[in-house]
Design a protein around this ligand. Structure first.
Ligand code: ADP
Length: 473
């Protein structure tokens, strides 16, 4: 096997383990340990012991370790990118970008960990003093998806560890190798044993239940589908755990007549086709105003038709495979049912000869709000386009969804920028921008897209409790 597997050699090739395959060609890659319930239980108890010493270290000492972890991740950028592309299929350039993005959370929270200040509050009565302390919440569990196998882990683990928490992570079944590689590098950086444990399993439901119900676990952080997030919240309710939920989206991308059309088309490409459309902030519905509609479709179609499709490890590839056959079937069904409902197939609409898991980038026009493509989270390279007339009409349509993660709009009108940004019921809004994610800004959704924020200075608060102390003099 190639060099990158040296990193995780101790964890792979396990008999009767979880089997991992490459979505680009279906080939078996390796197997990893299939953790059993009693082992996870013991890991939680051991983590609680590790919490004592980790939380007692100074924030500065923890920061030094996290900074070493950051540098090690970046030193292994190419190895990690190849692992990610091999197990999740995304184009290698995107995987390199994900490594840098994922590492940035480690660097950021190494710094933020030193600034988790409490308050001294002017007292309500003479002879009394009030202070607040921020303290790490304890043992946390994280359940993460396959579409960002590196960044969705560091975005949770870096703030948790910086705050003084200890963490158990269950990565998605499809992408445990990236998680194990991060674990190996964390250990190399000096993260003590049992402070960061990666639990790989063929049984996410059974192991997920332990990670959301065990009384020692004080917080659950999840990124994945809204349906699973609801189950995990219910499970966590019994022991009243704090939860962070980054769930599904139904992102609108609105282009007004007064937009810079070239910029809008570039933004549309970036926001729709990253990771073959498999991100929770990918555009799900394009709303294009009457006056610019036909020209937008002409320019957009030319760019989409030119996308290079192929295995992620080929340098020219812009669209890799979908994660598995079920994802391809789901996309195909959305397209055929939307066309059956009256939409026009402008481009694509079929599987791609590159392999079983490939789907051709697709554009659907004359889509209306009642059609499947406008309502379900597509999570694939399909762009439904809806025509609209007025600002009021498009805001109502954009908000007419139970989701509220990311939204995008393009306009040159200053007043419209404020009106629309404030009216959109979404946690994140791109204004003349098609890509939003950065470690310095708060990532998260409203409505059924989630609870809590990741990244930014507030991201570490998700892993801390505020303790109020009243002192009589
Ligand atoms: P996706 O559709 O992107 O695969 P999921 O929400 O199904 O999203 O999966 C995200 C993560 O949730 C994965 O790590 C998966 O193993 C985990 N998961 C799925 N179902 C459950 C469950 N019932 N309990 C705990 N974890 C689960």
């Amino acid at each position: 096997m190639s060099d990158m597997f040296k990193l995780i050699a101790d964890y792979i090739g396990v008999e009767n383990g979880l089997s991992i395959s490459n979505p680009a060609n279906g080939q078996h890659i390796t197997t990893v340990k299939d953790w059993q319930a009693d082992e996870v239980d013991r890991a939680i108890i051991t983590a609680a012991e590790a919490f004592k010493s980790w939380s007692e270290q100074t924030a500065k000492d923890r920061a030094r370790i996290l900074q070493r972890w950051f540098h090690l991740i970046m030193d292994h950028q190419e190895d990690l990118a190849q692992i990610a592309t091999m197990e999740c299929g995304k184009p290698i350039a995107e995987s390199r970008g994900e490594v840098a993005y994922g590492a940035a959370f480690v660097e950021w929270f190494a710094e933020e960990g030193k600034r988790t200040y409490g308050d001294v509050i002017p007292s309500h009565a003479a002879g009394k003093r009030i202070i607040t302390l921020k303290q790490p919440i304890g043992v946390i569990s994280a359940i993460t998806p396959w579409n960002f196998p590196i960044a969705m882990i560091t975005r949770k683990i870096a703030p948790a560890l910086a705050a003084g928490c200890v963490a158990i992570v269950k990565p998605a079944e499809a992408t445990p190798l990236s998680a194990l590689a991060l674990g190996v590098l964390a250990k190399k950086a000096g993260v003590p044993a049992h402070v960061f444990t990666v639990v790989t399993t063929t049984g996410p439901v059974k192991i997920g239940k332990i990670l959301t119900t065990h009384p020692i676990i004080r917080k659950v952080s999840f990124t994945g589908s809204t349906a699973v997030g609801k189950i995990l919240m219910q499970q966590a309710a019994d022991t009243v755990k704090k939860t962070s939920m980054e769930l599904g989206g139904n992102a609108p991308f609105i282009v007004f007549d007064d937009a810079d059309i070239e910029a809008a088309v570039d933004g549309a490409m970036a926001s729709k086709f990253r990771n073959a459309g498999q991100t929770c902030v990918c555009t799900n519905r394009f709303f294009i105003q009457d006056g610019i509609h036909d020209e937008f479709i002409r320019l957009f179609t030319a760019k989409v038709a030119a996308l290079k499709i192929g295995p992620g490890n080929e340098a020219a590839t812009q669209i890799g495979p979908l994660i598995n056959g079920a994802a391809v079937q789901k996309i195909a069904k959305i397209v055929t049912s939307t066309v059956a409902a009256g939409a026009d197939l402008r481009l694509g609409g079929k599987r791609h000869p590159a392999g079983d898991n490939f789907y051709t980038p697709t554009i659907l026009t004359n889509v209306t709000m009642d059609m499947p493509a406008a309502n379900v989270e597509i999570f694939g390279p399909v762009a439904p386009i809806i025509r609209f007339k007025s600002e009021a009409e498009v805001i109502a349509a954009a908000n007419d969804t139970p989701y509220g993660l990311a939204a995008y709009f393009y306009t040159q009108g200053l007043g419209r920028v404020w009106r629309v940004a404030e009216a959109l019921e979404y946690g994140m809004v791109g204004i003349n921008e098609g890509i939003l994610s950065t470690e310095v800004a708060p990532f998260g959704g409203v409505k059924q897209s989630g609870i809590g924020r990741e990244g930014a200075s507030c991201g570490i608060d998700e892993y801390m409790e505020i303790k109020y102390c009243l002192m009589g003099l």
